[in-house]
Design a protein around this ligand. Structure first.
Ligand SMILES: [Zn+2]
Ligand SMILES: [Zn+2]
Length: 289
């Protein structure tokens, strides 16, 4: 192949600029306006955007007050109905109505996909059944599968880390993920695969250590390779989530080590998402934006 043809090939493979992981006010932890988010996506030259709102069925109520306390920090804005809904759920009918209005306004300038980010929980047949029914009924274009809780504990807060220690909690996170990936065969992309490393408290690890991510991978390689093998075989994608680059870990998800394993195992189906929770962040870190 000539250099020119090679450049064209590379260009066409990446010609679709997408942000397939965006939150708006339908997510418990976002106050973003869908129209403003679409306008930002158009301004940044994206070809498609997916609104993937949080749904974490039976998210522990004990965290409601902590979430309320975080309101206003890091651009977070709670939904006006915050106290009237189970945490991390939304009115799906209202969501599709808003999506329809936004498509009518902007649909000729950008492709607007429906989506949902499902919080996966191992061994919960009730949740598995509920999610199957939801996606059968609503036919979302993008279904992200995420692990946000480790054995029902929230790694976002330092308590779980203090209780279990870094190695044990990270190990359990990937164990939970392996169980879930085995059970939930219907998500279209596995989101932020090493999300948990974002929240290890500073006193437990040296994030600046160059071998930190290598260590996380090598300690969990068997489990991670199994997870990757399952999604590759089923044709489910792996998400490149750029949010990590703007957090304390200063690196996109997945780490280089996990990405190398994915490629080694034959994976070639990636989706890109900013995980924006407010409009200014849409497209951040994708395609050098
Ligand atoms: Zn997530
Ligand atoms: Zn998200």
């Amino acid at each position: 192949m000539s250099a020119d043809a090679d450049a064209r090939h590379t260009e066409s493979r990446h010609s679709m600029k997408e942000d397939l992981h965006v939150h708006t006010r339908f997510s418990t932890d976002s106050g973003a306006d869908m129209r403003e988010s679409v306008e930002k996506a158009i301004e940044r030259g994206l070809d498609r955007i997916a609104f993937t709102e949080h749904w974490d069925e039976d998210y522990p109520e004990e965290y409601r007050e902590l979430i309320r306390k975080a309101n206003g920090t890091d651009g977070m804005k709670l939904h006006p109905d915050f106290d009237m809904r189970p945490l991390f759920t939304f009115d799906i009918k209202e969501y599709f109505e808003e999506l329809g209005r936004v498509r009518a306004l902007y649909g000729n300038r950008i492709r607007i996909l429906s989506g949902i980010e499902l919080g996966l929980r191992p061994g919960r047949k009730d949740i598995l059944k509920k999610y199957r029914e939801m996606i059968d009924e609503y036919r979302f274009d993008v279904i992200l599968g995420s692990i946000h809780l480790v054995n029902d504990e929230e790694p976002y807060y330092p308590e779980a880390w203090k209780r279990h220690g870094a190695d044990a909690l990270i190990g359990e996170y990937f164990n939970n993920m392996l169980e879930c990936v085995t059970e939930y065969d219907f998500f279209t992309s596995l989101a932020h695969i090493d999300y948990v490393v974002r929240y290890v408290p500073e006193e437990l690890i040296d994030r600046a250590a160059p071998d930190y991510f290598r260590e996380v991978y090598s300690k969990n390689a068997q489990t991670i390779d199994k997870i990757l093998g399952i999604i590759i075989k089923r044709g489910q994608a792996l998400e490149v989530n750029t949010k990590g680059a703007f957090t304390q870990i200063e690196h996109v998800h997945p780490s280089d080590e996990i990405m190398a394993a994915y490629k080694r195992l034959g994976g070639n189906h990636l989706t890109y998402g900013s995980d924006a929770h407010y409009p200014e962040k849409v497209g951040d870190g994708i395609y050098g934006i």
